[in-house]
Write a protein that binds this ligand. Structure first.
Ligand SMILES: Nc1ncnc2c1ncn2[C@@H]1O[C@H](COP(=O)(O)OP(=O)(O)OP(=O)(O)O)[C@@H](O)[C@H]1O
Ligand SMILES: [Mg+2]
Length: 153
């Protein structure tokens, strides 16, 4: 994996939550099993908003609660295009890099994964995935976000 979020292409401007959800759906449509998406952006940028929309597009049914207090959740319902994990490593912090075994159930060649706040675990996560992509979301104003996407490669 190379590049920092600053090096991602200029991206799109998403107006409102619906705009960010559309970006999530479009990204999901391009995903294959084994793909990892690192989702970066400050608190309230819309990371979970984008991921939820992507998970819906992949066929996840039912509630998609925030994984903030659980490290992650693996969704593997019968209507899904592939199993998909949603992780949030904010509270795990450096432990994610020190104990990569905590992450192993969430990634693999048969499943996609979205990771909010990947931080220092990015390299370990990348080793467990087939392809790595990124999303970087920045506030423009209260309703608008700049969303830059590096597709999995
Ligand atoms: N264009 C937009 N895209 C996404 N969210 C938006 C947008 N405009 C307003 N919002 C609001 O911003 C908030 C984004 O919350 P969300 O939980 O998705 O952020 P997050 O990046 O996951 O935060 P955290 O770092 O706490 O996990 C929501 O309340 C949403 O309604
Ligand atoms: Mg979030």
């Amino acid at each position: 994996m190379s590049g920092t979020p600053e090096e991602l292409p200029e991206g799109i401007v998403a107006f409102g939550q619906a705009g960010t959800e559309k970006a999530g759906r479009e990204l999901a449509a391009l995903l294959e099993p084994g793909d990892l998406i690192l989702v970066e952006g400050e608190v309230g940028a819309g990371k979970s908003t984008l991921v939820r929309a992507a998970l819906r597009e992949l066929g996840v049914a039912g509630a998609i609660p925030s994984p903030t207090f659980t490290i992650g959740r693996l969704y593997d319902g019968p209507d899904q295009r592939m199993p998909v994990s949603h992780l949030d490593l904010y509270r795990l912090g450096d432990l994610a890099a020190e104990e990569p075994g905590l992450l192993v159930e969430y990634l693999g060649p048969d499943r996609a994964a979205f990771v909010e706040w990947p931080g220092g675990a990015s390299a370990h996560l990348g080793e467990m995935a087939t392809r790595v992509g990124r999303v970087a979301i920045d506030h423009i104003d209260p309703e608008s976000r700049r969303i830059r996407v590096e597709l999995p490669a």
